[in-house]
Design a protein around this ligand. Structure first.
Ligand code: PRT
Ligand code: MG
Length: 212
């Protein structure tokens, strides 16, 4: 049995077309089903649904053989012991700094002001601002980062942006692009050895789908 860890939402939806090429289709809709283990059209492959930030943990400790997770999650939470053979180029976005449209970020940076930055990505934000020599007070949030500058909780946020619509709807502007993000295939090292053939077939299917 091969167990693939996915998170509901964009990762699940954008992974499905890549699996279809291997004849793997999930036979239940994760949005309506309450099951956390979903069967597929291949008797030897199942999907487990976990929180996006839990995918690397499941794969690292063998709760799943492989998984699909954002580069943001891998870089922020560590990726020890995970084999990462493929950039799947799905769930694409960028990690950016955003501020209120009326906040003069460039001047604040130039003057050496201490910035209050709210983010879920404390590690990535710390590295980024340290690299620029900007002093920051980091405020850890678990969601709705966009609210922080609007309420005075922070001067800036570090968050993922894809269309930019969420920023726009909240009168925020993107002032720096930290890095491009996409989803990666991750594989448990032991599974790679013990279930080599079965995993190889799935990786091949992903590769074919990427080339197509
Ligand atoms: O939602 P939950 O708390 O369970 O977990 P999650 O937010 O980590 O999961 P999910 O499914 O939202 O995201 C999974 C992965 O998708 C992330 O780890 C990223 O690698 C990737 N991804 C791609 C995104 C986005 N695009 C994205 N736009 N993740 C989140 N967003 C959010 C962003 O945080 C912001 O709030 O969407 C909003 C901005 O979108 P636009 O289109 O308005 O710019
Ligand atoms: Mg989300």
């Amino acid at each position: 049995m091969i167990t693939l860890a996915l998170s509901k939402g964009r990762i699940f939806e954008e992974t499905m077309p890549l699996l279809a090429g291997a004849g793997i289709e999930v036979t239940e809709d994760p949005e309506t089903s309450r099951k956390l283990i979903l069967p597929t059209t291949r008797a030897d492959v199942r999907v487990v649904l976990v929180r996006a930030s839990d995918v690397p943990t499941y794969v690292q400790y063998g709760g799943a053989d492989l998984g699909v997770t954002g580069l943001d999650v891998l870089l922020e939470n560590g990726n020890q012991g995970l084999y990462q053979p493929l950039d799947l180029r799905i769930a694409a976005c960028r990690l950016s700094v955003a501020v209120r449209a009326d906040y003069d970020y460039a001047s604040a940076v130039k003057q050496g002001s201490r910035l209050k930055v709210a983010t879920k990505y404390v590690g990535l934000a710390r590295d980024f601002f340290a690299g620029k020599g900007v002093h920051v007070d980091l405020i850890k949030l678990y969601g709705s980062m966009e609210l922080a500058p609007l309420t005075g909780l922070a001067d800036a946020i570090v968050d993922l942006v894809s269309t930019g619509n969420t920023l726009k709807a909240n009168q925020l502007v993107e002032v720096e692009r930290i890095m491009d993000i996409s989803a990666r295939l991750v594989i448990n090292q032991a599974a790679l050895k013990l279930k080599r053939e079965a995993i190889r077939r799935i990786v091949d299917a992903f590769e074919r789908a990427l080339r197509a």
